[in-house]
Design a protein around this ligand. Sequence first.
Ligand SMILES: Nc1nc2c(ncn2[C@@H]2O[C@H](COP(=O)(O)OP(=O)(O)OP(=O)(O)O)[C@@H](O)[C@H]2O)c(=O)[nH]1
Ligand SMILES: [Mg+2]
Length: 458
Amino acid sequence: MSQINQQPPIAAIATPVGEGGIAVIRVSGKGAFEKVNGCFKGKDLAGVDSHTVHFGKIIKKDGRVVDEVLATVFRSPKSYTGEDTVEISCHGGVLVTQAVLETILEQGVRSAEPGEFTQRAFLNGKLDLDQAEAVADLIHAKSIKAVDAAHQQLEGRLGEHIKQFRQQIIDATAMVELELDFIEEDVEFANKEQLHKLLSDLDEEIGRLLDTYETGRLVKDGVKTVFIGRPNAGKSTLLNTLVGSERAIVTEIAGTTRDTIDADWSYDGLLFTLIDTAGLRDTEDVIEAEGVKRSQKAFEEADLVVYLKDLSLPFDNEEREEIAGFQKRADETPFLLIGTKLDLQEEAREERISYDLKISAVNDTNIDDLKKKMKDRALEQKDYDTSSILVTSSRHRDGLQKARENVRSAINALDQGMTGDFLSIDLRAALKDLGTITGEITNEDVLDSIFSRFCIGK
Ligand SMILES: Nc1nc2c(ncn2[C@@H]2O[C@H](COP(=O)(O)OP(=O)(O)OP(=O)(O)O)[C@@H](O)[C@H]2O)c(=O)[nH]1
Ligand SMILES: [Mg+2]
C-alpha cells in the first residue's frame, strides 16, 4: 500500500436527502477527530480506539444541542479514504442532518465535492481507478446483473487482468532490453520466437477481454429496445403490459403515440429501456411526422428492435419491405418480429413471413415467452458468462484497444526485423495505455470527469 497522505478535513452528508431513521455525516482528513471534538459532547474522539462507536451530543458554539448522535471512529490507514475518519449517525430529518453538518463545518471543515472521499481513497492507494469507478457503477446500478458486474470490478477482477497484461509486457521488454545490451556484439534476439509468442498471446488475451464490452455495455446501461410498427399495432399496449402500469396512452385511434416514450423494465436481472414510438406511416400531420422521425432515430440507436404486426390486418407491400429490411440488418441490430392481437381473427396469415412469436396483450398469451425471447435475442452472439469479468466502461475499452494496437505494432516491428529500440517504444506505450485503466497513469481532467459522476458524500 502506498503512503497515506492526510489532506485537510472535508465533510458531507453520506445518506440521501429525505426523512429516514438515521442519516450519516462523514468527516475525513487530517485533524478530523479534533475538529469533531470541537462540537461533540462525549468522549475525546482523538483518544479512543479505531473502529469504536461513541454516544454524544452535537453542540453549537452557544451551547445549544443540535442532536444526539453516534460517532464511529476510523483511524488512518484503516478507513475508506485511508485518512482519519468520523462517521456521525444522527436522526434522519432533513433539517437536523443539515444542522449537524453545518455545525461541523463551523469548526473549520470544508464541504466535500462529489466523489471526493472516493478520490482520496484512490489517491491513497486504497482503490485502483477502475475499482473507484465500480463504486459509482454500483450506486447507479439499475439491475441485478449491473450490480454483479460492478462487484466483480470492485473486487479487482478487471485490475487483475490488467496487472497480468502489464507483467507480460514487462517480461517482453526485459527480453528486448537484453538484446539492446548486447547490441555491440551483434547478437540477434536470442528468443525471437519466444518473444513473438508472448506478444501474440497477449494480443489475443486483450482481444478476448475487449470482446466482453458489447455485453458489458448492455448489462451496465441496459438494452435499448424499440417497439416499432404500424399505427394501432399494439406497441403502447405491450409497453404498458411489460412495465405493469399505464405508462403510455392507448386508444383505438391510429396515431395515438406522437412522441417516443421511455420506460425502464427489468427481466431476469437485465435492464431494458423500452422505447415506444409513433407508428410508422406517411402523414400530413406535422406533429405525427416529427414523431415518426424520432421513431426512426430511436431505431438507429437501438440494441434490440421489436417489430409489431397486427395479425388481424392484411400486410401491405410497404410493410413487407420494411420487415425484410429489418431482417436483413438483423446482424447489426437484433430483431424480433411479433404478431399482435392473436385473440382476434388472423387475417395476416402470410406463409412467407415467419414470426418469432404471436402474442395477445389482452389475453396475456405468450407474454412470458416474449420476455425470454427479448433477453435471449439481445444477448445472442454475445460473449456472456456470468462468472467472467465484463468490460463495462468505454474508458476501459479505449485503454485496452490502444494497448492492443501498440502490442500489434511491436509484433510488426519484430516481424520486420526492426531493432529493439523500436519495440521498446511500442511496449512502453502499451504499458502506459494499461496504466490509464487502473490509474497508475492519470491526469487531473480524467480524474475530474470520473469523480464528478459520484454523488456528494461518496
Ligand atoms: N384485441 C386486442 N386488441 C389489442 C391488443 N393490443 C392492443 N389492442 C388494441 O389496439 C388498439 C391500439 O393499441 P395501441 O397500443 O394504442 O397501439 P399503438 O401501436 O401504440 O398505436 P399508435 O400509438 O397509434 O402507433 C387499442 O384499442 C388496443 O386496446 C390485443 O392483444 N388484442
Ligand atoms: Mg402508441
